[in-house]
Write a protein that binds this ligand. Structure first.
Ligand SMILES: CC(=O)SCCNC(=O)CCNC(=O)[C@H](O)C(C)(C)COP(=O)(O)OP(=O)(O)OC[C@H]1O[C@@H](n2cnc3c(N)ncnc32)[C@H](O)[C@@H]1OP(=O)(O)O
Ligand SMILES: CC(=O)C(=O)O
Length: 543
């Protein structure tokens, strides 16, 4: 019979201790609801009383459907009773199903950080946990620095755990607070706590300062701990906490955990893992980590020709789990590392159906390799690859032509005598046989060109309304006078689509303009815009 493993998420508490992260109450509610839907057992929402956001969040019920909301706090201040500690009172008074108190278990910390006797620290742990148990029903003890404490003075570290246990703590959570412990140490020390208090009372809270937080958490679970704490995308103080997004699928899909344990997350819920990870990035306005285990864009991306050839025969040849189990998707890249298999698989994804023996496949592959040798990189610019491929097959219409463009950067004193830099651009296009001359300004020449180009593209302007340039990366390839510039542009639209295009030229403005043009043409193609008409008149944009 499989044992129950409890998942405890602290994104909203320890995750909020990440530099640059500042959740609003609304963010907290959104994230809590997503964690609840995912099937997390305990959601630590913050520290009521520590700041107005957390107090507001805990000021009303959070509406969880199945998870338990946990309020975090610290053991009572020395020299006062638990009943007379205003900080603890705010934790006890909060709208929460349980409370988790952090307390000292490393004698060095008791001496230096608290400056009280070891007996007093032990007693205040017991008294504080008893107050939580009496008031909230479920009390947890975050044994701060437990592993360092155990290494320095095992008897005292265990004595502190015993104080919490005897006071009624449901969970004794062993914290690798400084994140410096190694998996073998975590395994050995956790086994001691499990033997003394029972695995169903022991949790693990690991920090990632040696990139071992996930490994340490798995080691603790293997040693018998039955609660595991972490954060979405590994947010957290300093180098972060154990990354729940990596831990959850490993605990559910990998032996021995898969066979020995059950969690509150069903197979259907697991398939939402990628979207939970992306939701957090979205709320934090961060680009998702492409290399993230399980959920990253690259986690199931295949680039090498040998890999793709085998994946086409059976994906298990180069995938440790099926991408759909975690809500991710397989991706086949085409680049100078590709073979015919990459092109054929990519065509299938693009709904292009060709006979595998069609000579155009080899011709396209050769063109990709030749272009990559001159600086293009199609594995990061899939929209440009799609245009290249579809153009080779005669599928991309001529929408409009750019007859010429000019961009100027002027640095001058303005009327108030301040030094300012102004960028202006003019683009002359032929749309449906009509010549349109548009001018634009911007914070740089490329921005000015973009503004000018999109100012008036006749009947195509409507298709481009929601287009935004999200990111712009410039890379200088080769050194010296031979240098060429590669520009990678990331674009997005109002429907949430994101696409990448590339331009290469010795001139940075030309490389940028080419990438920009690919972005626009790809959008028109995807939107089903009709081909341009022939004819000729001239007008100025806006006339
Ligand atoms: C390992 C962890 O991640 S634990 C969580 C850490 N998270 C945070 O600290 C974020 C929220 N914290 C805060 O907003 C503030 O620190 C507060 C409101 C909790 C306290 O603020 P202040 O009262 O100004 O105290 P300050 O933060 O400067 O110092 C902490 C005090 O708590 C004491 N303390 C620390 N841990 C404990 C504990 N487990 N039990 C009792 N007292 C403790 C310290 O000795 C120090 O006391 P002192 O002021 O007498 O020196
Ligand atoms: C409690 C906690 O966050 C820690 O000890 O790391």
């Amino acid at each position: 019979m499989a044992e129950r493993l409890y998942l405890f998420d602290t994104t909203l508490r320890d995750g909020a201790q990440t530099q640059g992260v500042d959740f609003s109450v609304e963010d907290k509610r959104t994230i809590a609801a997503a964690l609840d839907r995912l099937g997390i057992d305990y959601i630590e929402g913050g520290w009521p009383g520590a700041n107005p956001t957390d107090s507001a969040f805990f000021g009303a019920p959070q509406g969880l459907k199945r998870g338990r909301m946990v309020a975090f706090g610290m053991t009572k201040r020395p020299g006062r009773s638990a009943a007379n500690d205003p900080g603890l009172a705010q934790v006890l008074d909060s709208h929460s199903d349980a409370a988790c108190l952090v307390g000292k278990t490393w004698d060095f910390h008791v001496d230096v950080a608290l400056g009280i006797s070891r007996e007093e620290n032990r007693d205040l742990i017991g008294e504080s946990i008893a107050a939580v148990k009496a008031r909230k029903g479920e009390a947890m003890f975050d044994a701060e620095h437990f592993f360092d404490g155990y290494k320095a003075n095992p008897d005292y570290a265990l004595e502190c755990l015993a104080a919490a246990y005897e006071a009624g703590a449901r969970w004794l959570v062993l914290c690798d607070t400084n994140g410096g412990s190694m998996p073998h140490e975590v395994a050995e020390i956790t086994a001691v706590a499990v033997a003394r208090f029972g695995g169903d009372r022991i949790g693990i809270h690991a920090h990632n300062d040696t990139e071992n937080a996930v490994a340490n958490s798995l080691a603790a679970v293997k040693a018998g701990a039955r609660q595991v704490q972490g954060t979405i995308n590994g947010l957290g103080e300093r180098c972060g906490n154990a990354n729940m997004i990596a831990l959850i699928p490993s605990l559910i899909l990998k032996p021995p955990f898969r066979d020995a344990l059950t969690t509150g997350i069903s197979a259907d819920q697991l398939a939402h893992l990628t979207s939970v990870s992306r939701l957090l990035d979205e709320l934090l306005n961060r680009a998702p980590n492409r290399h993230a285990a399980y959920v990253g864009e690259n986690a199931f991306a295949h680039k090498g020709g040998l890999h793709v050839s085998a994946v086409e025969k059976d994906p298990r040849t180069y995938e440790h789990v099926p991408p759909e189990t975690v809500g991710n998707a397989r991706k086949i890249l085409v680049s100078d590392q590709a073979g015919r298999s990459n092109v054929i698989a990519r065509f299938r994804e693009l709904d292009i159906h060709l006979d595998p023996k069609d000579p155009r496949i080899n011709r396209l592959l050769d063109e990709v390799k030749e272009r990559e040798a001159t600086g293009y990189a199609y594995d990061g610019a899939e929209a440009s690859f799609e245009l290249l491929a579809r153009r080779a097959l005669g599928q991309v219409p001529d929408y409009f032509q750019v007859e010429r463009y000019r961009a100027l950067v002027e640095r001058r004193y303005n009327a108030r005598g301040q030094l300012t830099t102004v960028s202006e651009a003019v683009v002359k296009c032929i749309v449906d046989g009509e010549t349109i001359l548009s001018a634009g300004e911007g914070n740089g020449p490329v921005n000015a060109l973009d503004n000018a180009l999109r100012q008036d593209l006749g009947r195509y302007s409507g298709y481009l309304k929601g287009l935004r340039l999200v990111d712009f990366k410039v890379r200088i390839l080769n050194g010296g006078t031979e240098a060429v510039t590669r520009v990678l542009v990331e674009s997005a639209d109002e429907a949430g689509a994101r696409w990448f295009t590339v331009g290469v030229s010795p001139n940075i403005v030309e490389a940028s303009f080419d990438a920009l043009m690919d972005s626009i043409v790809w959008k028109l193609y995807r939107a089903g815009a009709p081909p341009g008409r022939v004819g000729q008149t001239a007008r100025l944009a806006g006339a």
